[in-house]
Each structure stands twice: as C-alpha cells, then as structure tokens.
Write a protein that binds this ligand. Sequence first.
Ligand code: BG6
Length: 513
Amino acid sequence: LENGSLSIIVLGASGDLAKKKTFPALFNLFQQGFLQPNEVNIFGYARTKITDDELRDRIRGYLIRDKGASSKDSEAVTNFLQLIRYVSGAYDAEEGFQQLDKEISKHEVAKNSAEGLSRRLFYLALPPSVYPSVCRMIRHFCMNKRNIESGQSEMNICNVPLCNHLTADLGGWTRIVVEKPFGKDLQSAEELSSQIGELFDEPQIYRIDHYLGKELVQNLLVLRFANRFFLPLWNRDNIANVQIVFREDFGTEGRGGYFDQYGIIRDIIQNHLLQVLCLVAMEKPVSLKPEHIRDEKVKVLQSVLTIKDEEVILGQYDGYRDDPTVPDNSNTPTFATMVLRIHNERWEGVPFILKAGKALNSRKAEIRVQFKDVPGDIFKCKKQGRNEFVIRLQPSEAMYMKLTVKQPGLEMSTVQSELDLSYGQRYQGVTIPEAYERLILDTIRGDQQHFVRRDELKAAWEIFTPLLHRIDDGELNPLPYKPGSRGPEAADELLAKAGYVQTHGYIWIPPTL
Ligand code: BG6
C-alpha cells in the first residue's frame, strides 16, 4: 500500500458538480477512514475570490446525506473541512497554478512520511472547454515532486522536458480526473484526447463515467461470468432483446443552457447507457485486469452497426423551450429510443434498445433482458408474457427474474411471478456507496478498470456521431410529448417492432421492509 502525502485538488471547486458530488464523495471516504488526516490535503481551485472558510461554508451543507446527522457526523464534518484549503486563479493563469503548486508543496512537506511520496490527484470539475489549458498548467507547474524532503521547485518534474512515463519511479504520481462531456462528436473528442494526450500518459488520465461506479453496474461482470445459470443462455439463441432504460421524472430546469448544447444522446446514451451495454454484451475478459476488461468493451463497441434512422425515435417535452436559457426553436431531444445492433457471433439479430428521457412519468434506470418464447408450449401461456431478467440499477436496487409459475390453488393454470433479489431486503443495514465515492477511491488506488479508455471513447463517438450530426443539422426532429408521460407513443411502437413483448397486467413491486 502506498503512503505519504496525498493531495487532492478539486478544480472548479465552487461549481455544482464539486459541491454536490466531489466533496461529498471525499467526505464519505474520509469518514470511512480511506483519507487519513495525517496524509491528506484537499485543495479547491476556482476563479471566485473567496477565503478557505468561505469555501468550507459553501460545501458544508452538502456533506451529510441523511437528514438525521449525529454529533459524530458533525464532528467529522468539522475535521474534514479543516483539511480543505482554497486557492483562487484563472484556468489559464500561470500565477494561479504557481500559487497552487506552492500551497500543495507546503502542505506536502508538513504531511510527509519517511518515503517522501508525493501523490497529486487533480479532479477537473470543469467544463471541457478549459481542460486543455488546465492540463497544460498542471503539467507545467503542479506535477508531483520526486522527493518532498529534498526541496521544491527545482525538483518539480515539469522542468524536465516533456517526456513519457512521468510517474514511474519518481516517488509518487500525478493523475487527472475528467468528467464528460468529452467532446461533442468524434472529431472534437479526438481533438480533446490528443490535446490532453500530449501532456499526460493514458495511465494518468481517469475519464469518469459515474454509471460505472453504481453497485449493480459493477455487479454485471460477476453476474455474467460467475454464474453457471447465465453462461449458456446469454446469447442470440435464447435472448430476444435487451433494453437499457434511463428515465427521470424531472426536466432540465436550471441547466437548460448546458443541456441544449448536448441533448439526451450526448448526456446519457453515448456514455452511461452505452457503458452498460458494453458490460451486458462483452465477451469474458482474460482476467479482471483493467486492460483486459477494456479490451473486450472496445470490441463490442467496434461491432455496433450504424444506427438506422427508422430505428430512432426522438422526443422533446412540451415546455422545454420555455426555459429562458433554451432557444425558442431548439430541436434538442430530451428523449430518445433507439436500436443498436451488434454484429458478432453472440448477438447477431438481437436488438439492444437504448432509451433515455427527461420529464417522464417515473425515475428509474434498469436493464431488461427478455428471453424468447418457450418452444412447443404446452401450457398455452405464451400470451401471459416472456421470461425476463431485470436488473434495477436505481432506485431500489434489485435484480429479479420474471417467470411463469403454477397459480397456487386447485386449478392447473399459470401466472407471472418473480424470483426477487432486492438489495434493501437482502442486505439490510448495508449502505451502498455512492458511485463517485467508489470511483475516486479507484483513482487514488490507481485502478482504471471502471474508467473509459481513449480508444473506448473514440469507438463510442463513432457509433453516435453520424446520427448526432443529422439531428444537429435539423434532418431528424423530436416529437413532442407531455411532461409526466411515457414519452412519445412512437417509442413504444418502435419497441414492439424490435420484438419486445410487453407483459400486460404484471408489475414488479419492490418489497417494503
Ligand atoms: C448526468 C447527466 O451525467 O447523470 C444528468 O448529465 C443526469 O442529466 C445524471 O441527471 C443522472 O445520474 P444518476 O446517477 O442520478 O442516474
């Protein structure tokens, strides 16, 4: 295990992402003992001119998840906030980053251990437009030191001419964490990747997709490859279709300006849902090594065929354009359903239906694997519904198998029921960690398994870019739908056309405790 000084620098410290996700995740790690006060310093950096205490005050209210915080929690909050310091500066200002480096170095020395390790984690809670300049500044002024004891700036490895393998054997590391959107299409994403790639090596870059940090997403590999049940069934011979669904019951209020530039495909489908698709569809990796897993994900992505216009339904909820930050003539989709087809031996002919929408009738994310009908059905129960394996990512994490059983009683009739593994019931008292918490811990440990590799990102953009360009050019337009509805009806029709058979009259009800 590594030890020595660990500096976590949150850039964009006064923004929404930092307040709502990054700092609370750091706090949870601190509370669980993963961030030791004798090793860790946390720095906020942003343009706003505020003091350390003002930043602490801004963050405080977001740290405790549950309402009923105990006095122990309040004490932990106070101790955590003491670790945080603030430096203000522009995202392209040398002085700002020099000042930041000075602060980091000063506290590194104070928290140095015998080994003199200098570990620096830069979390870019920033819009991607400033990634290149921020990365340049970090690269030139804020890299980890070879040896904390032996001095400061002259040992700064940024004085060494740009070279590869910056982290190895230099007594520590520098890593950067970046958030989506990584570009708007293939070309802009590739530009961004090469700009950052000139400054940092791939093992130093952590591209976060927070869906990869969700408990049930992380469970997918275990489910698929550690269970004999699934091995023979998980293919085109048995599976009729797969749906990966994201629904939110609120609109884009408050972030219409951002959203309108991206739309639901870039915001949810190209990243979150596609990552889930990879884990559902990929072949068994050689081992659990991050590179082995990511190699398999890339292969799936490269096997996805061009999306056909007739297999896409777009929607925009009524009232979306009332947001003053959204243009009156916006054709940005807030809803999309589309069919992806994977051209390989396992999945040829099996539609993967990706569906995401804002302002719908419910909030949930799930994977629904629908099996084919039983051949030679003697129960005449075909109309009742098909076997389905459902993984409910959120809320009420669960997985359940919808299956046909004998209706209890004297008659020989059949009914739809389920084998249900609901986490709340099965794992009572277990707190499921937040996605960001887990992923930040991975960045500290240097585990890139749950992060998106550069070639994976490129393959993901290759799938969606032609479609996105047609939408941007106004060649495909969204259908209107009512907020609080299921989205445009045409989406259900597309689902049926793709072969999904809905089970009428059956609803899975999460068990109450
Ligand atoms: C973000 C999107 O990446 O994910 C948001 O930008 C969306 O639009 C959010 O609301 C959903 O995340 P979660 O974890 O609440 O499902």
